[in-house]
Each structure stands twice: as C-alpha cells, then as structure tokens.
Design a protein around this ligand. Structure first.
Ligand code: MTE
Ligand code: MO
Length: 532
C-alpha cells in the first residue's frame, strides 16, 4: 500500500518536470511507430480463445500450486539438500530427523507435504499430487492446443501485429505509459486498434516468452527427458526448471491481476465490448455476457475440488485417457544418460513406509543369508535367488538421476544386477507383458497390503534397469531399500520399489492389486506410466 503511494507520488513529481513532459509528448504511450493499427476488430476465434485460455489457466495455476505443496521447497541445485532452498512454504527439515541411520525417524518427503485450502488448490487436501497432476496435465494439453491454434490464427490473420513490436520505440512508449498510469493521469485508450507500449510488451512476453517457457521447463522436470538428454545435472537440472516454472506461474498470476485491473480502470464497458462482442461499442450486453462468463468460471472454480474429492477415480481415468498417449510416446525414450561420480548429490531425500514385519527384521539381522528373491509367473524357468547368488551375477554400476513425483531430485551411484540378466535366467514367456515388483513393506495406508509397482517388460532390457544392492558405493541402507531396490531410469521415483521380495511376470495388470498398475496408482490415483 505504502509502496503504491510512493510510486504515485514519484510519478506525479516526474510529470512536473519539463523534460518528462517533452518525453511524453514525443512518446505518448500509444503510437503506430512500433505496431500498425489493426482495424479488423477482434474476430470471434480470438475472443473465444481468450476465454478458454483464462479458464484453462485458472486450473493450471491451482493444480500447479497443489503440486508445489507436495514438496514445498524450491532450489537451484540438483540435489535438494535441506537448507539450500531459495524459497520454502514451511519450516526447515527438523535437524534431528535428517539422520538416515535411524530409519524409523527419517523425515520422508511425504512428511514434508503441506495442505492447501480446498478453494485454492485442486483438490486441496494434503499429498493430493496424484489427482492434482491429472488436472494439471489434462488442462496443460488443452491449453497448449488452444495456444497452438492461437499462434496459427494470429499469424494467418494479421492479428499478430497487435502484440509483436516492430520497432524499439516500443520501449520508451512503454516507459511513458508506465509513468502516465502511475501518476493516475491515464493515457488515451486506443486498445481497439493499438495497444500502448506497456500493454504490448505485457502481451508479447506472456504469449511468446512465458507460455513457451512453461512448456520447456515442464518437460525438463520429466525423468525420461532428463534420462535422454543428461540434464539431471547442470544448469537445466530439474530444480532450475521447477524454479523457473514457478516463476512463470507467478508471472501469469501477476499478469492476470494487472490485466483485469487495467480492464476495469481504463473504460470497462468499452474494453468488454472489444473482447466480448469484438466491436468498438458501448453496449451493456457485453457487460452482461462478461458477467455470465465470470459466473461460469466461478462455478467451475467452486466445483473442481468437491467433484475431485468425490470422483477421484473418474479424474484418474479421464486424465489417463487424455494424457496417456503422450506418456506412452515418452516411454519409448531410451534412458541412457549417466553422470560422473562428482555429480553425486550429498543428500538424498527418502520416501515410503519401512518394512515392519518380523520376517524382514530376521532376514536383515542375518545379513540377508536367508533372503531369497522369488522370480516367477509367466517364465520358463522360475527361480529363487539368494543374496549371495545375486552378488555373484555381473555387477553393473551407474550414476543416475532420481526424480520423485513430489518434485525433489538427486543423483546417486547405484550398483547391482541388470534386469536383463535376470530375464536371461528366467526366460519370460511371450505372453508376459508386465513385471510386478512386490515389496516386503506395506503401502502408506493402514491395512492395504504390500507396496508394489508394475513395469513394462520392454523397460527391463534397458541397460540402466537394475536391481540395486548398493548406493554410492556402500551396501544399500535400510532407508533406501535394503536388500534390493529397483532402478528404472525412465520413470518417476515411486515406481522404483524398495525392499523387493518378489518379481512376477504377468500378462496384464488388471488382476494385480486393485488393477491400476501399482500401490500408489491404486491408493493415490497416480498414473501407471510415469515418464513425466
Ligand atoms: N516399498 C516402497 N518402495 C518405494 C516407496 C514406498 O513407499 N514403498 N516409495 C517410492 C518413492 S515415492 C520414491 S521417490 C523412492 C524414494 O527412494 P529413496 O527413499 O531411496 O530416495 O522410493 C520408492 N519406493
Ligand atoms: Mo516419490
């Protein structure tokens, strides 16, 4: 408030100076020097796309905040070490819970998630990232489609000339507009044919910079993209992408707030006639239609959370139908990227409910001497492999990135047995299409059975798909999945089952668990394909 007041006073003072008056005379704010007048009005396609864009953006922002709330920390380093955040929405990780040698007390990333109010986040409740992602990705796709059509029509019709500056004089005109607005003596509004410099720059950067940046930084957060291009380390790492992605969100919200304010302050009836009816008129019909549109949007806003909470499975299924084909396509990537030992990140977040069965305790106490990995199902040669037999198989080591669905990442060195070698031993039958990894540990919710995840058999032949028994050169700790945990570098972290007890080859995932492809797919509405 005080800041705004100071801004107004400074701007008013500036306008008292003769040089500023000269400047404003020379650069009045709106001018045909940087963009010609567009006299064809606002065509219907543009007006509709403007509306759709607003509706879609609203859900993208709300679900985006929900996703952020699942790991409410932003960093620039690839390893997400607590204490290195540049922004966090909650307190620091409790110091006494960072010690990984005390498994029962380790602060997991699920402990770290925060709740958002239901009117703000979709769906609002704590750790609802699975559902939030369906909203986010489904609306992202529609938004990208809307944007692609918009780009094409913009350039096909000449409407682009409204928002693409053709001369640097747009800059002094923008500065002039800013001073005039801030001094509360507004420049003339010629928005029907010409945007002022500030407006033009605002629209240009939103349409041609912020929007593409959202797409690029979104993709850079995908494990499959990183595993293809090797971007888990370096300036394009996931945390940089996440931070910039959040920056775009802040930009979009600020833009919408500023845009709506200016629409209201600079002749609202005329402005609404432009964008609702497409004419340079002062009809009240336009205001009525705008209000109806806003009410529709408000209704959608209010319904989103209760409907998601009530029909989560429907949200999951719809999202899968819309986004699934793209995820399938992304799963064809070969996750070959590996890193150097010096890229290993010092702190690795952890997740998951530890195994608490006496059976697991006994095996662990016995140094895994009695551990047997059961590999069966649709295979020619089912086996039980002891810990010693596993260690006797060829050992593979790789430094790879780990991308948790919640948003954190890390780079670690993994040592273990290639799944391809296990496949050679058991020889899957042609009917086997999925591989089910089942843990000693139960899933997060009480009395819902073991944690498990299904993987496509094609991924099992990737050289980087491992049954890891070592992490960073030491035997796998209990927290990180001892005695054995999966690495499938194409997928998000939750697919990498820890504390593996058995592996089963199956023809279909329909009869495994609740049939959605994994424990978190069953209970938290995640998708079973998770290359992004
Ligand atoms: N059995 C079991 N495995 C699991 C989980 C779990 O809850 N139970 N969580 C998964 C998730 S969400 C992630 S991000 C990784 C975390 O691995 P880390 O703890 O070694 O970092 O383990 C995965 N494996
Ligand atoms: Mo995760």
């Amino acid at each position: 408030m005080i800041g705004l007041l100071v801004l107004v006073l400074v701007a008013r003072q500036l306008r008292d100076y003769a040089w500023m008056q000269d400047f404003i005379r020379r650069y009045p704010g709106t001018s045909t020097s940087y963009a010609p007048a567009v006299t064809t009005g606002f065509p219907a396609w543009l007006r509709w796309q403007h509306f759709f864009n607003g509706v879609l953006l609203m859900f993208i922002v709300r679900s985006g905040l929900q996703i952020l709330a699942d790991h409410p920390r932003l960093y620039l380093n690839a390893g997400c070490r607590p204490g290195t955040e540049w922004l966090r929405l909650r307190g620091p990780v409790p110091a006494d819970r960072m010690d990984k040698t005390d498994p029962a007390r380790v602060w997991t990333s699920k402990d770290d998630a925060v709740a958002l109010p239901g009117w703000l986040g979709v769906p609002g409740f704590r750790h609802s990232i699975g559902l939030a992602r369906w909203w986010h990705f489904t609306f992202d796709l529609l938004w990208l489609l809307n944007g692609a059509v918009f780009y094409v029509l913009l350039f096909a019709t000449g409407q682009w000339q409204r928002i693409v500056p053709q001369s640097w004089t747009v800059l002094p005109n923008a500065a002039s507009t800013l001073v005039q607005y801030a001094s509360l003596q507004f420049p003339v509004n010629a928005g029907f044919t010409n945007y002022n410099g500030l407006q033009l720059l605002g629209y240009f950067s939103t349409v041609f910079i912020a929007a593409p940046l959202a797409l690029i930084t979104g993709l850079l957060q995908a494990p499959a993209v990183a595993a293809r291009f090797g971007t888990a380390r370096g300036p394009l790492n996931r945390q940089v992408a996440r931070s910039v992605h959040f920056g775009v969100l802040v930009w979009m919200v600020a833009f919408v707030a500023g845009h709506v304010t200016m629409v209201l302050c600079t002749g609202v009836v005329g402005n609404l006639n432009h964008i609702v009816l497409g004419t340079d008129t002062q009809e009240y019909r336009a205001v009525m239609l705008a209000v109806a549109g806003i009410c529709t949007v408000a209704l959608l806003w209010l319904l989103a959370t209760p409907l998601t909470v009530r029909y989560p499975r429907l949200v999951q299924r719809t999202g899968r139908a819309v986004v699934g084909p793209i995820k399938e396509w992304m799963e064809r990537i070969h996750p070959r990227a590996t890193y150097r030992e010096r890229d290993i990140t010092p702190y690795h977040w952890s997740n998951g409910r530890l195994p608490d069965s006496p059976h697991y305790r006994r095996l662990r106490a016995g140094g895994w001497a009695d551990y047997r990995l059961t590999v069966g199902g649709l295979v020619a040669h089912p086996v039980q492999l002891s810990y010693r037999e596993l260690l006797a198989l060829p050992k593979h080591e790789q430094v790879t990135g780990h991308y948790c669905i919640q948003g954190w990442s890390g780079i670690a060195k993994w040592g273990g047995v290639a799944m391809a070698d296990v496949l050679d031993i058991v020889r899957p039958l042609p009917t086997a299409r999925w591989v089910v990894f089942t843990s000693f540990a139960d899933g997060a919710e009480p009395d819902t059975g073991r944690y498990y995840a299904c993987h496509r058999i094609a991924h099992m032949r990737e050289p980087t798909t491992l049954l890891a028994y070592e992490m960073n050169g030491a035997p796998l700790s209990e927290v990180h999945g001892a005695p054995l945990r999966l690495r499938n570098e194409l997928e998000l972290g939750f697919k990498m089952v820890k504390w593996i007890e058995s592996i089963e080859f199956v023809a279909s995932i329909d009869d495994v668990g609740w049939g959605h492809g994994g424990y978190n797919e069953d209970h938290e509405y995640f998708g079973y394909r998770m290359p992004i």
